[in-house]
Design a protein around this ligand. Structure first.
Ligand code: NAD
Length: 498
C-alpha cells in the first residue's frame, strides 16, 4: 500500500497535512492506497508557485506552448495502457472503457495543439482616420479544476490542455476515489517539458474545495460534479470574484418513437444505460416509449442487458464493472426498492449480484424497471447506476412534455425515422446536447460540452471554443500612430524607401 502525495512545482509534494483517506478498488472493496489530504497552507504554497510560473509562461511563445502540447499528446498515447489500468483499479470501469475515456480526453489535447489558430484575434483597419482596432485574448491567470470520480482522465482533460495552452497555470483537485490518473498526468506533463509549477495536483475534501473557491490567488474555477456541489461552487466562487463554470448532474431521457428501428434502438439504449455501470453524466437512465411500444422495447433491451458480462474491469471479457463504493450501491438498490414498492415492475434485476471471487466489491447488475411512477425517486433523481427506467407516452407531444418537465437538461436523444419529428425535437428539447438516433451525444472536443438547467450553472460550456473563451480575457486595442506625413510614420517611410 502506498501513500499518494500531491504534485506541486513539478515534483511530489507531501505538504503539511498528515490526514489521509482510503482509496479502494471497487471491484474487491479492498483499500489499495492512502491519499494525503491538503491543508490551506498547502493550497497557499501551490497557488504561490502557480502564480509565479504563470507570469513567465504567459511570455512563452505560442509555438513553444503548442510544441509541448504535441509532446504531451504523444506521451499520453504511449502511456494510455498504464493510465487505463490505474483508472480500472480505482474506478472499476473496464479497461476498454478506460482507454475510451483517455481517447475522448485526448481530443481536447488535439484541440490544444491547434490553440495558435483558436487564439487568432480580429483586426479592423482604418476604423477612423489613421486608427486601427484589434482584439486579443490573454490568460486569466491561475485556474483551479475540481473534478468528479467518474472520468478520472477525461474530465480533467476537458480543462487543463486548454487552460495551459492559453497561458494559464492549473491546480487540479481530483476526486478522492480516483486520484491516480491526475497524478500520472502530472508526470507526463513534466516529461513533455511543461515548466514546473504550471500543472499541480492537490487532493482533499470539501474543506479544500471551499479554500480554493475563496482563495484570492485563484482567478477561475472549472467544476464538474453533482448539482448540489455545483451550486456551492458557483455561489461561493462568484461571491469571491472568480470566473466559474460549474457542470452538474443529469437525468438524461430519450424518446423512442414507434416508427424507429426498434432493435437498433434497443441495442444502443442498453449500451447507453448500462455502459460504465451507468456512471456517466451522459448515461441514458430514462426512455419514454411512445405509442404503445414500451413492453416490446423493454423486452428487446432486456435481451441486450442479459448479454452484458459484468465483472472485474481488467478481465478481457468484462463489459461492465462495479459502482464506485458501498454507499453508491446501497443508494441505487434503495431507489429500485422504492420504485418497486410504488408499483413499478423490475423486469431485469441486478440487485444482489456479485461475480464469483469478487463478493467484497460494490456490484449492481444491469436493471430494467418499467411502469415507473414519475413521482418516485428512481425516476426523479440522478441514479448514476446501471438502471434503465421505461415510462410510456401516447404521443410525441406528451413525451417531449415529460422530457422537458425534469430539472436537468444535460443530454437528450430521440430514436425515429421521421425527419420532421426529429427536427421538432432538436428545436424543442431543453437540453444542451442532443442526439438523433445517437443515445450519448457527447460532442467532439472542437465543439463545446455542456447542459442546460440544473446540469450547468454559469454561462460557459466546457472545452472547445467556449473553453478558450473561459480561460482567456478579451482585450480590444484601438491604436493610432500620429506623424507629420499622415498615415505612415517616418520610420515606415524610411523602410519603404530601402
Ligand atoms: P461530487 O459532486 O460529489 O464531487 C465532485 C467534486 O466536488 C469532488 O472533487 C469532491 O471532492 C468535491 N466535493 C464533494 N462534495 C463537496 C462539497 N460539499 N463541497 C465542496 N466540494 C465537494 O460528484 P461525484 O460523485 O464525484 O461525481 C458524480 C457526479 O458528477 C454526477 O452527478 C455526474 O452527473 C456529475 N458529472 C457531470 C458531468 C457533466 O459534464 N455535467 C460529467 C461527469 C460527472
Amino acid at each position: 500500500m502506498e501513500t499518494l502525495k500531491h504534485w506541486v512545482n513539478g515534483t511530489w509534494y507531501e505538504g503539511e497535512g498528515t490526514a489521509t483517506v482510503d482509496v479502494e478498488n471497487p471491484a474487491t472493496g479492498k483499500v489499495e492506497n492512502k491519499l494525503l489530504q491538503a491543508t490551506k497552507a498547502d493550497l497557499d504554497y501551490a497557488v504561490e508557485i502557480a502564480k509565479e510560473a504563470q507570469k513567465k509562461w504567459a511570455q512563452v511563445s505560442l509555438a513553444r506552448r503548442v510544441e509541448i502540447m504535441f509532446k504531451m499528446r504523444s506521451l499520453l498515447l504511449e502511456n494510455q495502457e498504464k493510465m487505463a489500468e490505474l483508472i480500472v483499479k480505482e474506478h472499476g470501469k473496464t479497461f476498454t472503457d478506460a482507454i475510451g475515456e483517455i481517447q475522448r480526453g485526448r481530443e481536447t489535447l488535439d484541440f490544444a495543439c491547434g490553440i495558435n489558430a483558436a487564439l487568432k484575434g480580429e483586426f479592423s483597419s482604418q476604423v477612423s482616420s489613421g486608427v486601427d482596432v484589434h482584439s486579443t485574448r490573454q490568460p486569466v491567470g491561475v485556474v483551479a479544476g475540481i473534478c468528479p470520480f467518474n472520468f478520472p482522465a477525461m474530465v480533467p482533460m476537458w480543462m487543463h490542455p486548454i487552460a495551459l495552452a492559453t497561458g494559464n497555470a492549473f491546480i487540479l483537485k481530483p476526486a478522492s476515489a480516483t486520484p491516480s490518473a491526475s497524478l500520472f498526468t502530472a508526470e507526463l506533463y513534466k516529461q513533455a517539458g511543461l515548466p514546473d509549477g504550471l500543472f499541480n495536483v492537490l487532493s482533499g475534501d470539501r474543506h479544500l474545495v471551499t479554500d480554493i473557491l475563496k482563495h484570492e490567488g485563484i482567478d477561475a474555477i472549472s467544476f464538474v460534479g453533482s448539482t448540489p456541489v455545483a451550486h456551492i461552487v458557483q455561489d461561493t466562487g462568484t461571491a469571491h470574484g472568480k470566473r466559474v463554470q460549474a457542470l452538474g448532474g443529469a437525468n438524461n431521457h430519450a424518446i423512442v418513437m414507434p416508427d424507429c428501428d426498434l432493435p437498433f434502438a434497443a441495442k444502443h439504449i442498453a449500451a447507453a444505460a448500462f455502459g460504465a455501470a451507468g456512471e456517466r453524466c451522459m448515461a441514458l437512465p430514462v426512455v419514454v416509449a411512445v405509442g404503445g411500444i414500451g413492453d416490446k422495447l423493454a423486452e428487446l433491451v432486456k435481451v441486450e442487458g442479459e448479454k452484458i458480462v459484468t465483472g472485474y474491469g481488467m478481465n478481457e471479457d468484462s463489459e461492465m464493472g462495479p459502482v464506485i463504493d458501498a454507499k453508491a450501491r446501497d443508494r441505487i438498490v434503495g431507489l429500485i426498492d422504492g420504485a418497486e414498492a410504488a408499483g413499478a415492475d423490475v423486469i431485469l434485476d441486478g440487485r444482489g449480484f456479485a461475480p464469483e471471487g469478487f463478493e467484497g466489491g460494490y456490484w449492481v447488475g444491469p436493471t430494467i424497471v418499467k411502469n415507473v411512477p414519475t413521482d418516485t425517486d428512481l425516476y426523479r433523481e440522478e441514479v448514476f447506476g446501471p438502471v434503465l427506467t421505461i415510462v410510456n407516452a401516447d404521443s410525441y407531444e406528451e413525451a417531449i412534455g415529460i422530457v422537458n418537465a425534469q430539472e436537468f437538461g444535460n443530454g437528450s436523444a430521440i430514436f425515429t425515422n421521421d425527419g420532421g419529428v426529429a427536427r421538432r425535437f432538436k428545436n424543442e428539447v431543453e437540453a444542451g446536447m442532443v442526439g438523433i438516433n445517437v443515445p450519448i451525444p457527447t460532442p467532439v472536443a472542437y465543439y463545446s460540452f455542456g447542459g442546460w438547467k440544473e446540469s450547468l450553472l454559469g454561462s460557459n460550456h466546457i472545452h472547445g471554443p467556449e473553453g478558450v473563451a473561459f480561460y482567456t480575457k478579451a482585450k480590444v486595442v484601438t491604436s493610432r500612430w500620429p506623424s507629420e506625413s499622415g498615415t505612415y510614420s517616418a520610420t515606415m517611410s524610411f523602410q519603404r524607401e530601402e
